[in-house]
Design a protein around this ligand. Sequence first.
Ligand SMILES: [Zn+2]
Length: 254
Amino acid sequence: MIVPIVPVDNHLLAALPAAKMLSILPFLELMQLSKGEVLAESGSPRAFGYFPVGAVLSTIYLSRDGNCTGTSMVGREGMLGATLILGGNTMPEQSQVLYPGHAYRLPASMLQFRSSKDQESLQVLLQFVHSLILQISQIAACTRHHGVAQRLSRFLLMSLDRLPSNTVPVTQETIAQILGVRRESVTEGIARLLHSHIVDCRRGYIVVLDRSRLEQSSCECYAMDRRPFLRRTPAAKKRDGIVATPPAFAWAAQ
Ligand SMILES: [Zn+2]
């Protein structure tokens, strides 16, 4: 049975007040996004905000010498283009599709809050902006202070939280780009995880066999990312044996 995709599959959209949701509904456009697809170039105006409902999106900082580093990752718990809420419409990072799937896109003009009547909606979206700032700060600190092996485990765990299964459809080349390290370092890290039977590798895929040991091999940064995630993701609660009770988006009010 094919389950239809609906806007409230995105947790942030689902947390919006009903009146706001009804007002933006005609402007939401469901997009099928391909792996590696660039949604916005570095420095270019953001024409849309993207609300994933299956896809996982990332922002990548590209330096002039061609090196790159991932600065954030977002799935159905949030949105890409949060800067639009704050009144900006350009970002230094490139926005691209990390894992393929669907996302709703919404014109930038619908994400600008000029009316005080929209304060309730703004509050919901700012809660997400806060969690995104925490994630970006945590990744910056992680990149400076923690080793490639720990960061590799953190990246895989963050991916698992946003994917429907324990299979992460990613190449070592992409992981190296996201972590901003040499591919050889990623190969070494994955070899250690393979040797410990924590993951299995197939062409273009990494299958996580032992999540708890993967968590043990990560740095504390993952726990920081996961804490707010547990409050807002029914799937993560179910996986961890935490009873998810509706409304599933109570995090927005916390
Ligand atoms: Zn770390």
